[in-house]
Design a protein around this ligand. Structure first.
Ligand code: SF4
Length: 243
């Protein structure tokens, strides 16, 4: 919409924080965007979240669970792991790039950052935690829902895949089904990582990628609609993944 003058002013750039574990369709879409947009699309990264999760390190090389896997203790008590991935792999790399683009002159409000959250997920809207960044939500300003975004994209000849790590524990069952049915290699990869994380040093009990705490390749995904699973992300997300 910015490229077509429907949202203004024209951005100086877009920033995509790459966790290294997005579906192939997202990387293909990113490539098309970089070719088509009239402003640069910077790709930043804090490392490969998949291999870090397997090695159980974070982006600073310390040992802990970066992704909030679902946990079941030896006594059968359910919990969820520490949640640091969005901050480490998304927010911080984007902030670092924004700071670099203003040559480190981080005066109050120096950066206006647009976040593409639609009305369906308005609860993900959070103010910036850095005084030099002011967040703006252009889709909320226009009261746009996801279907409105899809309609606008279709009007311009685009169709966008949903961005999220392949093994994100915040996927709802519709997302898992979509991965299983349309990207079986990626679903198999998620199942493999799900097996690897089951027992990791420092974790009492078992970790799971799916909220049911059942191995991903054994989860009954067919009845999710009747169960009324929540949307793609729980409210834990900082609002920067999946946009
Ligand atoms: S998509 Fe999921 S796993 Fe990836 S950084 Fe965001 S919350 Fe973490």
């Amino acid at each position: 919409m910015a490229a077509h003058g429907e949202i203004g002013p024209m951005p100086d750039c877009a920033i995509f924080a790459d966790t290294g574990w997005e579906p192939r369709a997202v990387y293909e879409h990113l490539g098309r965007l970089r070719d088509a947009l009239p402003f640069p699309v910077h790709v930043v990264s804090a490392g490969d979240i998949r291999s870090d999760a397997i090695a159980k390190v974070n982006t600073t090389g310390q040992r802990f669970a970066a992704i909030p896997w679902f946990v079941r203790s030896p006594r059968g008590k359910d919990g969820i792991g520490r949640r640091q991935c969005t901050k480490e792999y998304k927010l911080e790399p984007i902030r670092r790039k924004a700071s670099e683009l203003i040559n480190g002159k981080r005066r109050r409000g120096a950066v206006e950052m647009w976040v593409g959250i639609s009305l369906d997920e308005a609860w993900r809207m959070k103010p910036s935690r850095r005084q030099y960044i002011v967040n703006r939500w252009p889709l909320l300003e226009r009261q746009m829902r996801q279907r409105d975004c899809e309609a606008v994209l279709a009007r311009f000849g685009w169709k966008a895949p949903k961005s999220a790590c392949i093994g994100c524990p915040f996927h709802d069952d519709a997302m898992w089904r979509d991965l299983r049915d349309n990207a079986p290699e990626e679903f198999a990869d998620a199942c493999e990582v799900d097996r690897i994380i089951r027992h990791q040093p420092g974790i009492r009990g078992e970790q799971f990628m799916h909220r049911s705490r059942v191995p991903l390749d054994q989860v009954d995904l067919s009845t999710a609609a009747e169960r009324g699973q929540p949307d793609l992300f729980l409210n834990e997300c900082e609002g920067m993944c999946g946009v």
